[in-house]
Structure formats: C-alpha cells, structure tokens
Design a binder for this molecule. Structure first.
Ligand SMILES: Nc1ncnc2c1ncn2[C@@H]1O[C@H](COP(=O)(O)OP(=O)(O)OP(=O)(O)O)[C@@H](O)[C@H]1O
Ligand SMILES: [Mg+2]
Length: 244
C-alpha cells in the first residue's frame, strides 16, 4: 500500500506516521466552522509543494472567498492555480436558485445539474493536470438536490464510483449532523474508505476542538479524539494529548 502525507502537523502521527492510504475516499465530517475547508485546502497546498497536483471542487463558497479566508492562515493557493498545479471546479452556484453552473465550459441550470456532468468535469481536470489529490467541499451542498435519504445514498455511491477510477486520494467534506457521544451514524460513514471527525467540545468552560480517525480501512491507526488548533499553516493536531 502507498501512502500520502496529510500536510496537517500531528495528523500523520495518528496514522502511524504514514498518512492517508493512496487512492482512498475519505469523508471528513465536522460541525460548522470546525475547519473542514481549512483541512482540505491544507492537504492540497501540501501536495502542490511536493509536486502532487490537486483539484478542489467547491459547492459551498465562491473560490475567491475560500482562498481569501485560508490566505489569512498563510495558505496561499493563487500561485499554484496560476502554475496549473491546482485546478478549481466552481460548482458553488448550486446553492442558489435558479443558479447556473459552468462545468468545463458547459452551462448547466440547477434543475439539470447532473452528477454525471460533475464527475466528468472533475475527471477532465484531474487528467489535465495529473492530479493526485482531490477535495470535494462539501457533500452537504451536493446533497441539497436529493431530498430523500435513499436518493442521497445512491447519489453518493455514484459519486464514489465516478471518482474512484481517477485514483486520487480524495477528501469528501461534510457536515456532522449529530455530535453527541451516542450519535446515530451517517450513511456516508459506511460507504467511505476512511472517516475523520472534527468536533467542538467544552473544556473548563471554553470551547476546544478535537479530531478523531473513526475508520481507515485496512490500516492500523489511532482511534482516540485528540485536540487541534488553528495556527499559521492551517490545523495543528496534538497527537499525544487527550481530550478530557
Ligand atoms: N486566522 C484564524 N485564526 C483562528 N481561527 C481561525 C482563523 N481563520 C479561521 N479560523 C477558524 O476557522 C473557522 C472556519 O474554518 P473552515 O472554513 O475551515 O471551517 P468549515 O468547517 O469548513 O466551516 P463551514 O461549516 O462553514 O464550511 C472559523 O469559524 C474560525 O473559527
Ligand atoms: Mg467549509
């Protein structure tokens, strides 16, 4: 098995210093503002620095606003976009009605937005720049068009089947719908190769954040939650500290 370094200080340590298994589809679930987008872009930024190109699919926010926010953390993606090492698929108009999405030069109205078109656009970008890393931000916006859970599950499986042949290591960002200790599982968790959970919790009356690798198929990994913080460079995980 090959591995891909995460780019997040302290996170590789939870993966026995190896990183993510290459080619895995990994769901990153988190509460609002927990750092899903930051983690995803940090992963892509690190890849670009190492010569592993990436594709970022944004469905939640306009690329300009996403880039501006993470540049405050010292993650400057613009040069990589200009050099053709990072490609952006802007599907963010899906959030608005009627909305029009331009994918690979083709405009698609929201109602006609097709999963096949999204998969084709991602595939074209991955092939054009030889991407090894892919981030989809977020599944929540992607699921809007499928009101029923059974449809969502089917659409998610179709998305996974569409992107798996691209052989990228992929982070699929999504909301954590319930955060309690005895929360019900989300269907995404069963279908992905790996699951990472970002949570907020109260510690001595202040809000802190924890990261937990819930699953990573076929590999040994830490299963406990550990604290993390936002620092210059993105998220920083403290693998030897526990969450109390
Ligand atoms: N410079 C900074 N210093 C400290 N914290 C920051 C900084 N920049 C961003 N943050 C924190 O990061 C959060 C946003 O991070 P990010 O956009 O990665 O989260 P997200 O999980 O993707 O959010 P959403 O649910 O909106 O998609 C902010 O709410 C803030 O708490
Ligand atoms: Mg986000």
């Amino acid at each position: 098995m090959e591995y891909v370094s995460t780019g997040v200080s302290g996170l590789d340590a939870l993966l026995r210093n190896k990183g993510f298994p290459a080619g895995f589809n990994i769901v990153v679930m988190g509460s609002p503002g927990s750092g899903k987008t930051t983690l995803g872009l940090q992963f892509l930024y690190h890849g670009c620095l190492k010569g592993e190109n990436g594709v970022y699919v944004t469905l939640d926010e306009r690329p300009a606003s996403v880039f501006r926010n993470v540049s405050n953390l010292g993650i400057d993606l613009e040069p990589f976009v200009k050099e053709g090492r990072l490609a952006i698929v802007d599907a963010s108009p899906i959030r608005t009605i009627p909305g029009e999405i331009k994918l690979g030069g083709i405009s698609i109205g929201k109602k006609d937005f097709s999963l096949a078109a999204l998969i084709a656009a991602v595939g074209n970008h991955v092939k054009n720049i030889g991407a090894k890393r892919l981030v989809i931000d977020s599944l929540t916006s992607f699921f809007i068009q499928y009101p029923r859970v059974a449809e969502r599950r089917a659409a998610f499986l179709e998305l996974l089947e569409g992107i798996t042949p691209l052989r990228c290591t992929t982070l699929l960002l999504t909301e954590l719908r319930y955060s309690g200790a005895d929360r019900p599982y989300q269907f995404e968790e069963y279908l992905a190769d790996g699951v990472i959970i970002l949570r907020k919790y109260l510690k001595n009356g202040t809000v802190a954040s924890s990261i937990q690798i819930e699953k990573m198929r076929g590999v040994d990994h830490d299963v406990e939650p550990h604290p993390y913080k936002f620092v210059i460079g993105g998220l920083e995980v403290y693998p030897t500290e526990k969450v109390i």
